[in-house]
Write a protein that binds this ligand. Structure first.
Ligand code: VTB
Ligand code: MG
Ligand code: MG
Length: 332
């Protein structure tokens, strides 16, 4: 069996009403993080989001196990890997990034969001906290139109052909990092346009699959946990994604093996990262092309979220007006 921890066939039916419950969780995290927007303290912003998300989960009717979380039990007091969360209900696995884009939040930059995904038990790749090399494109394209093992230039050519456009029409998004210099060079010399983002590749990957976004392809390395979260979203929107874990030393490989990764060089497809019925929810902390951030009002806040389910493939945008005078403290 090649894939890690994917041997249990997911059978549970996940209630669609859960989708709205999940949005309440990301809303709570986003509201909490938004208090720290632009205040230069990324750890405080992260802590506030984690705390709020953890409390909000207590009101959700699931028997959840965190499989992608804030770290190991001894380093993360809340939402640690293996933690049981929820009121009780269907057995599900949970992937969270309570504040995806802590630096973005601290600096008031775009696209910070509170993110989570849910799968039936065994549905998520148990990704360790290492980098993952990622490649993603949107829906409606021939299978394997791009491949992480092919040269970027060839992927761009094939993608343009499949979309009926030319390479200069394409926009490729990646994290603005020195390690991506070669990709930038290759994209530009092929004629494609490059969108460099300072942080937040869940946004980059998901945006590549959203019809209203100008991003045609996402490429490059970022967090593996973020890769699994983005894969959950792409299972709902349609789109293609490949990922490969990147290890810097034997210790990381040993740790990954403990988490069920049998082949450290494996190229993961979308279904190997997020399998069976999955749901994805995210709420904007700061405004970006995908979602607006939290707007604080006289007595509350307005939040903007996206929630989707793989089963129906419905993508919902939820604008919520919160009145803190009539809400428990955890949600304000
Ligand atoms: C990545 C990316 C995230 O942080 O983990 C990045 O996936 C950290 O990358 O979306 P570096 O080590 O290169 O700084 C984010 O951008 C934000 O959590
Ligand atoms: Mg985080
Ligand atoms: Mg993150």
């Amino acid at each position: 069996m090649a894939g890690p921890t994917l041997s249990t066939a997911p059978t549970l039916h996940v209630d669609r009403n859960l989708a709205l419950e999940l949005v309440r969780v990301t809303e709570a995290a986003a509201i909490a993080a938004s208090k720290w927007m632009g205040r230069g303290d990324k750890n405080a912003a992260d802590g506030a989001a984690v705390d709020a998300m953890r409390k909000a989960f207590d009101t959700v009717a699931i028997s959840g196990t965190v499989v992608i979380g804030e770290g190991e039990m001894d380093e993360a007091p809340m939402l640690y890997i293996g933690e049981k969360i929820g009121l009780g209900g269907p057995e599900v696995d949970i992937a969270v990034d309570p504040l995806e884009g802590t630096t973005l939040t601290a600096k008031g930059g775009p696209n910070a969001m509170a993110v989570l995904a849910l799968a039936e038990h065994g549905g998520f790749l148990h990704a360790p906290d290492v980098y993952m090399e990622k490649l993603a494109v949107g829906p409606g394209l021939p299978d394997d139109v791009v491949d992480i093992d092919e040269p970027l230039e060839r992927n761009l050519r094939e993608l343009a052909k499949a979309k009926g456009v030319t390479v200069p029409d394409l926009v490729v998004c990646m994290l603005d990092r020195d390690r991506h210099k070669e990709y930038v060079k290759q994209c530009r010399s092929a004629g494609a346009r490059v969108m460099l983002i300072s942080d937040g590749d869940v946004f980059g990957v998901v945006a590549a699959a959203l019809p209203a976004s100008e991003i045609d392809m996402y490429v490059g390395s970022g967090g593996a946990p973020e890769g699994v979260l983005a894969a959950a979203a792409l299972r709902c929107t349609g789109g293609q994604m490949q990922g490969r874990l990147m290890f810097e030393n034997d210790e990381q490989i040993a740790r990954a093996r403990e988490m069920g990764v049998t082949d450290p060089n494996r190229k993961y497809g979308l279904e190997e990262m997020a399998r069976g019925n999955v749901m994805f929810a995210a709420s904007g902390v700061t405004t970006g092309p995908m979602m607006r951030g939290v707007l604080r009002t006289k007595h509350g806040a307005i939040t903007h979220s996206i929630v989707m389910r793989s089963k129906s493939r419905t993508v919902r945008y939820v604008e919520a007006h919160h009145d803190f005078r009539s809400k428990p403290a955890a949600f304000s």
